[in-house]
Design a protein. Structure first.
Length: 471
């Protein structure tokens, strides 16, 4: 599907469907559009569509009415309009009735919405579904190219995240994830470094390797680097993504029901790779590093066992009480590795705890950290792009639940405050830089008839990076 921007006035064109965006103060004046607009206001709706006979041809027409210049409201309306648009072949969008602020919000929201509406993952089906919509044309006298570029980059990152997440675990292995990340980096002209099991061992990342030891597939450490800042040695933002390509739970085996969805346990990795690609496409004036520890968590005769004690990269010993709390074990070493970049900020993203689903459901992702300014920046970005996020506390008292009789730490803190104690565990490895943790266990994918990766939190992370680059 293609998007184009037309600066000229929209003229009646046969063969293309028409979508007019208006407001309460600016109604369309042409006869068929005005008639449709009156029906919309009479029914107290914000979207309406109908077919009209125009010089012996049928033309589909729709009107979307913006009631307030608010991104959340505009996004909701754009998603409704996108459901109609996906059934058309070509759509001309008349934006002449909007001011510049509303136009740019609409272009961003609708481009992403229509991209999500037509997304499908059918690479492994014998017969693929052919999408109707092939082209969207925006008609506006306002400058909208920047919003369009941002939307297309965001959509690219979200689709990349979805494709990686939806891929089956027998295909999307740690090696596949690393190879894909390196291929994308090469295409974008940026740096990629893939470290093998032996190199990971030399780094002293024993907690990471302990999780991987029960699998016949070796662990990989992915490092992507983009230098976009005007000052070469400007401190980078580091994104760390949990890359468990399949999580059986290990010896602490998960129940069989729904275990197929544990292919999504690498959505943290997928989201930071997708965000990285989007940021590079936008040529953001920042320095950015992505770190992804990736492996499988499998049961085997040589697998990590409950009660085992392992030593992490930063020297802390960890008593493993539950091998299904493995994400924090690979992340703790990755977070220690991040310190070598002298980062301005580190954000880790992980499908870390089922407790986060209990706390926040499938609506908001949780955020915790050691730097309130960083968390505030993430919360602001989340609000601006409507990628819902909620802060949970990280009080020092929660550390008491991680005390072990035999090691420096234990890897679980019991049932109370499971999301918080998981973040508290990670906080021991992030003491030397500003850090935030995003738990996306409830938002990374959907179950049921609409099963699939959501592409979140790529919008939040990209918006944060954009706002950071502009500050």
């Amino acid at each position: 599907m293609e998007f184009s921007i037309k600066a000229e006035q929209l003229q009646p064109q046969h063969g293309a469907s028409l979508l007019i965006i208006c407001t309460d103060q600016s109604a369309p004046q042409s006869i068929p559009a005005n008639t449709l607009y009156k029906q919309l206001t009479d029914k107290e709706k914000d979207f309406i569509a109908a077919d009209f006979l125009q010089t012996e041809q049928i033309q589909s027409m729709a009107i979307a009415k913006i009631s307030e210049d608010d991104y959340v409201a505009i996004q909701k309306l754009a998603q409704t309009a996108a459901k109609w648009a996906k059934e058309q072949v070509e759509v001309n969008i008349d934006l002449s009735l909007l001011d510049e602020s509303s136009v740019n919000k609409w272009v961003l929201a609708f481009t992403v919405a229509v991209g999500e509406a037509i997304y499908q993952f059918d690479s492994y089906k014998k017969i693929s579904t052919t999408q109707s919509l092939v082209r969207v044309n925006y008609y506006s006298s306002h400058a909208i190219s920047e919003s369009q570029h941002k939307a297309e980059a965001m959509l690219y990152g979200m689709n990349l995240c979805k494709d990686l997440g939806n891929s089956p675990a027998n295909i999307c292995t740690p090696t596949y994830l690393a190879t894909t990340a390196k291929k994308i980096a090469t295409e974008l002209g940026v740096s990629a470094k893939i470290m093998s099991k032996e190199e990971i061992k030399q780094l002293g990342m024993n907690a990471f390797l302990a999780v991987a030891q029960g699998s016949t597939t070796d662990a990989q450490l992915i490092e992507l680097s983009y230098q976009g800042a005007a000052v070469t040695n400007e401190k980078p933002i580091v994104l760390v993504g949990k890359g468990i390509t399949f999580d059986s739970g290990g010896i602490s085996l998960k129940p069989g029901a729904g275990m197929d969805e544990m292919k999504y346990d690498m959505c943290g990795a997928a989201s930071v790779i997708g965000t990285f690609a989007a940021a590079v496409k936008l040529k953001l004036p920042i320095n950015l590093v992505v770190i992804v520890p990736t492996c499988e968590n499998m049961p085997a005769g040589n697998a990590l066992k409950p009660g085992d004690i392992i030593k992490s990269m930063n020297g802390l010993s960890i008593e493993v009480l539950n091998t299904d709390a493995e994400g924090r074990l690979i992340l703790c070493d990755a977070l220690s590795y991040a310190e070598r970049f002298q980062p301005a900020a580190v954000i880790d993203v992980a499908t870390l705890t089922g407790a986060c689903i209990i706390a926040l459901g499938h609506v908001a992702q949780g955020v915790l950290g050691n730097n309130q300014n960083l968390i505030d920046q993430l919360m602001k970005a989340a609000q601006n792009i409507n990628d819902k996020t909620w802060q949970l506390p990280l009080f020092e008292e929660y550390n008491e639940q991680l005390k072990s009789n035999f090691a420096d730490l234990q890897n679980i803190g019991g049932r109370p405050a499971g999301t918080i104690t998981a973040a508290a565990f990670l906080s021991y490895f992030t003491e030397n830089y500003p850090w935030a943790h995003l738990d996306i266990a409830g938002t990374a994918w959907k179950s049921g008839n609409n099963k699939g990766a959501t592409g979140r939190p790529v919008p939040l992370l990209l918006q944060y990076l954009i706002e950071r680059s502009e500050s």
